[in-house]
Design a protein around this ligand. Sequence first.
Ligand SMILES: *Cc1c(COP(=O)(O)O)cnc(C)c1O
Length: 369
Amino acid sequence: MPAALRSIEDSGIFSNYGPLNSRFEHRLVAECFAGAGGCLTVCNATIGLMMAIHAVTTLHGTRRRRYALMPSFTFAATAHAAIWAGFTPLLCDIDEHTWLPCHAAEAALLASLGDDIGVMVPCATFGACLDLDHYAALSRQYNIPVVIDAAPALGSLDAAGRPFAAGCKLPTVFSMHATKAFAVGEGGVIYADDPELMRGLRAMGNFGFDQNRSVTALGINAKLSEVSALLALAKLDELEDVVSHRAARLDQYRAGLPGWTFQQPTGQRQTIQFVAVLPPPGVGRDPLRAILAQHEIGCGTYFSPHLAEQPYFQTIAQAGDLQRTDSIAQRILALPISDTITAAEVDFVCAVLRDAADSAITDSLSHAA
Ligand SMILES: *Cc1c(COP(=O)(O)O)cnc(C)c1O
C-alpha cells in the first residue's frame, strides 16, 4: 500500500473533516481564492448545490416560494439539486455569445414571477466567469438569494485576472468529478466569503450536528473521505499545469477552426472541461459526428438536449422564451480535450473537421446548383 494511504490507516481518521481534508480546504483558499473566504468540501457538487440552495433560502425566508431561476443550458444536476431542495426549475435563455444566462431573460422572469422565485442559480457555463457583481446586485434588488453553479470553473481567472469567485459572498459550488479539469473522481467544494453561512453548511454536511453532537438544523452526510482529500491535494499540485495545458489547446482549436463559433471569453483564463463549438453555418452536426467517429475521435453534445428538452424536467419545470438556447444546443459539438492531448492530436482533429465542413458546404452547393 502506498505510504500516504498507510498513514491514513495509521492515523485512524478516515473522514469527518479530517486533517487531510482540512489541509486541502486551507490550501484551496490560499491557492485558488487569493486567501479570501472559506471552502467546504462535499461528496459531490450536486449535493453541494442542494445544501447551498436549502441554506440560503432558509436564511432569506424564501424557502416556501415556488421557483429556482436557472438557465436551461446546463447540466441536469443544477435542476435536480433545486428540485431536491423543494423548488421548481424556472428556465431562462442564454446570451448568444457567452452562452451564460441572459441578463435580459432573467430580468423578464424576475419582473413577471419575482415574488414566486426563491433562489437564483446561474451557471458558469463550461467554466466561463459569471458577472458576480451583477448577481449580488440582483440579489439585493429583489431580495432573492443566489447560489452559483460553477461546477467546472475551479482555476478560471476573471476579467481582472483574479481567481473566479475569490471574495464572493454568494455560495459558489465547484465539482471535482472525474469529467472536470479538477478531476478527483467524486467530490465538490462550496466556497463563500461568508463565515456564518459556511459554518452552517459545514454542520449541515455532517448531519446537522453542533459542537455537542446535537442536531440543531437539517443535515445530511456530504463529507469527503480522507482518501479523496489525499487525491484532491495531489490534484491541486498539478492544477496550474492542467488548466494552462487545456487553455493552450483551446487556443489551438480556435486558430485551427476559422469560421467556427467558440464561446466568447468572459475572463482572462477559462478552466475548460470541453471544447464547445458551433460549426459554420450550413454545416450539420450529425455528419460531422459521423466523420469524427470514422476517425475514432470522441465528441459530445453538451448541453444538448438542454433541460427543457428532457422528459422528466418537462413534467416539472417552467420555462421562459428559449430561442437562443434551442438554436445553440441544436448545433453544439464538444470536441476532445484532456490533460494529455497533444498539439499534434488537436491539429489532426481540426484538419478532419475542416475537411468535413468543406465537403458538407461543397455538397450543399452542388445540390443547390
Ligand atoms: C458536473 C456538473 C455538476 C455536477 O457535479 P457533480 O460533482 O458531478 O455532482 C453540476 N453542474 C454543472 C454545470 C456541471 O457541469
